[in-house]
Design a protein around this ligand. Structure first.
Ligand SMILES: [Zn+2]
Length: 65
Protein backbone atom coordinates (compact mmCIF):
# COMPACT_ATOMS: atom_id res chain seq x y z
CA UNK A 1 0.00 0.00 0.00
CA UNK A 2 1.38 3.30 -1.03
CA UNK A 3 1.20 6.25 1.32
CA UNK A 4 2.64 9.70 0.91
CA UNK A 5 5.27 10.77 3.35
CA UNK A 6 4.11 14.10 4.71
CA UNK A 7 7.44 14.69 6.40
CA UNK A 8 9.07 15.51 3.12
CA UNK A 9 9.10 19.15 2.16
CA UNK A 10 6.47 19.85 -0.44
CA UNK A 11 7.49 22.89 -2.50
CA UNK A 12 3.85 23.77 -2.99
CA UNK A 13 3.30 23.87 0.76
CA UNK A 14 6.64 25.37 1.65
CA UNK A 15 6.19 28.47 3.79
CA UNK A 16 9.00 30.98 3.31
CA UNK A 17 10.67 31.93 6.57
CA UNK A 18 9.97 35.48 7.73
CA UNK A 19 12.92 37.84 7.90
CA UNK A 20 14.25 38.60 11.35
CA UNK A 21 12.91 42.02 12.38
CA UNK A 22 15.71 44.53 12.62
CA UNK A 23 18.17 42.40 10.68
CA UNK A 24 19.39 44.46 7.72
CA UNK A 25 20.63 41.38 5.91
CA UNK A 26 17.31 39.55 6.19
CA UNK A 27 15.39 42.67 5.18
CA UNK A 28 17.61 43.05 2.12
CA UNK A 29 17.03 39.41 1.21
CA UNK A 30 13.30 39.87 1.76
CA UNK A 31 13.14 42.88 -0.56
CA UNK A 32 15.08 41.04 -3.25
CA UNK A 33 12.88 37.99 -2.78
CA UNK A 34 9.75 40.10 -3.26
CA UNK A 35 11.28 41.71 -6.32
CA UNK A 36 12.15 38.30 -7.75
CA UNK A 37 8.62 37.03 -7.11
CA UNK A 38 7.13 40.05 -8.84
CA UNK A 39 9.50 39.48 -11.75
CA UNK A 40 8.33 35.88 -11.99
CA UNK A 41 11.74 34.51 -11.03
CA UNK A 42 10.58 31.94 -8.48
CA UNK A 43 13.93 30.15 -8.53
CA UNK A 44 15.70 33.28 -7.31
CA UNK A 45 12.92 33.93 -4.81
CA UNK A 46 13.41 30.45 -3.35
CA UNK A 47 17.14 31.07 -3.10
CA UNK A 48 16.51 34.16 -1.00
CA UNK A 49 14.08 32.23 1.20
CA UNK A 50 16.82 29.71 1.87
CA UNK A 51 19.29 32.47 2.69
CA UNK A 52 16.83 34.04 5.13
CA UNK A 53 16.12 30.69 6.73
CA UNK A 54 19.83 29.98 7.17
CA UNK A 55 20.76 33.41 8.49
CA UNK A 56 21.83 32.95 12.12
CA UNK A 57 20.30 35.07 14.87
CA UNK A 58 21.72 34.64 18.32
CA UNK A 59 21.97 30.86 18.17
CA UNK A 60 24.97 30.82 15.87
CA UNK A 61 28.51 31.75 16.80
CA UNK A 62 28.93 33.95 13.74
CA UNK A 63 26.50 36.66 14.70
CA UNK A 64 25.30 37.75 18.12
CA UNK A 65 22.65 40.33 18.63
ZN1 LIG B 1 19.12 37.95 9.42
Amino acid sequence: MISHNNNLTDPRRYVPPPPEPGCATCCAYDRRRTFAQEAGDLSAATDFSVLIGRHPHGDGPEERR
